[in-house]
Design a protein. Structure first.
Length: 368
């Protein structure tokens, strides 16, 4: 009949259209789950390989130094860079061999004297403080000698020769790993950069390469600035200790210079041995050394570092101290030593992530 409506099957396209958003939602959830699992797995892997990762980063820092020196020598002599790299490595190795051959016995004796001086200084200073507190009727029920011995015991200042020996062996092994890693990396860094860039999506590879070169440039400038600051701190400290007549001035100044690798916390670490050794001589000498080191650190913090790091890299003090505390608590001494360059290196990926990178590009990258 013409008046009856014609019944038709509902269109199948509408059902497919309804299922399409659901499929997209399922795919999106699966993708997010896979990313979350991948991040967790990566975090666990990094945690269990944290020592290897930190040693690799230390090797990269040394590789930057070796690469810069070999490239400068290659530009000067017009020799192949791989040959100048071998010359740089052999020159550095020969330098250390000559230093240990000529000054090794004296240096070892001074290090042993440093350990004895720290123990004697700790005892002398404790007695001086206890006598002063007794005269002032302070801390009457506290045995400062016992408290200080308990404080110093975990650090192995007077005991723990076996653990110290094991630490020296482990440090030597780690040093060899870092050395050979840095040499291989400095020989052909661009190959490793390209290898890492292949892990990124194809459209992101140019930005990844640019980011790695910019990070390398930032770390190079930071290392140069820190090296100059460390050398000046060690030199000024050595001259000042000689004037005051402090024993083993060279070893104390060397330790103070090396401690300068750690901004903000390094000066505190470097001052402790000097004050303790000077305290073994007299309490007034310890105060003089403390004043000397405070003056040196004042000049370094407010005059040298701003001038040196003006062309290097500027790191907020709160970020530097927080990174040192966190990485030192998690990864120990190695994490504390590498906290500042790690924090500096992290600023470049964060800058690219938020679109505030310097965008130096590959034109700033060194060519092989």
């Amino acid at each position: 009949m013409q008046g009856e409506p014609v019944l038709r099957d509902p269109p199948r396209t509408s059902a497919k259209a309804a299922q399409a958003p659901q499929s997209r939602d399922v795919a999106s959830v699966a993708k997010m789950t896979a990313v979350a699992v991948g991040v967790v797995v990566m975090a666990i892997g990094l945690w269990y390989s944290r020592t290897a990762v930190l040693l690799a980063f230390a090797g990269i820092l040394l590789a930057i130094v070796l690469y810069g020196a070999s490239r400068a020598l290659a530009d000067l002599t017009k020799l192949p860079r791989i040959l100048t790299l071998a010359v740089v490595v052999l020159t550095v190795a020969l330098f250390f061999v000559l230093v240990f051959w000529t000054a090794g016995p004296t240096l070892a004796e001074q290090v042993a004297q440093l350990a004895r001086g720290i123990a004697a200084g700790a005892t002398t200073l404790t007695k001086e403080i206890a006598a002063f507190a007794d005269q002032a009727n302070l801390l009457q029920n506290v045995d400062l000698v016992e408290v200080l011995s308990k404080f110093l015991s975990p650090w192995g200042i007077a005991t723990g020769a076996t653990s110290v020996a094991l630490s020296i062996v482990g440090l030597f092994s780690a040093g060899l790993i870092v050395l050979f890693f840095s040499i291989y990396f400095a020989a052909d860094p661009h190959t490793y950069v390209q290898l890492v860039a292949r892990l990124a999506p194809e459209e992101k590879r140019p930005a990844t390469i640019e980011m790695m070169y910019e990070t390398s440039d930032l770390l190079r400038r930071w290392l140069i600035g820190q090296g100059i600051a460390m050398a000046l701190i060690g030199s000024f400290t050595f001259v000042g200790l000689l004037i005051l007549g402090v024993p083993i001035a060279f070893v104390l100044a060397l330790f103070a210079g090396l401690a300068g690798f750690l901004p903000y916390l390094g000066p505190i670490i470097g001052a402790i041995p000097m004050v303790l050794v000077a305290g073994g001589e007299s309490f007034h000498l310890a105060l003089s050394v403390l004043g000397l080191y405070a003056l040196i650190q004042f000049l370094e913090s407010y005059l040298l570092t701003p001038l040196i790091q003006a062309r290097a890299v500027s790191m907020p003090p709160a970020v530097v101290i927080l990174s040192q505390l966190v990485l030192g608590a998690i990864f120990g001494l190695l994490g504390l030593a590498l906290a500042t360059p790690l924090a500096a290196a992290a600023t470049v990926p964060l800058g690219f992530l938020f679109g505030i990178g310097l965008r130096a590009g590959k034109e700033k990258a060194v060519s092989p």
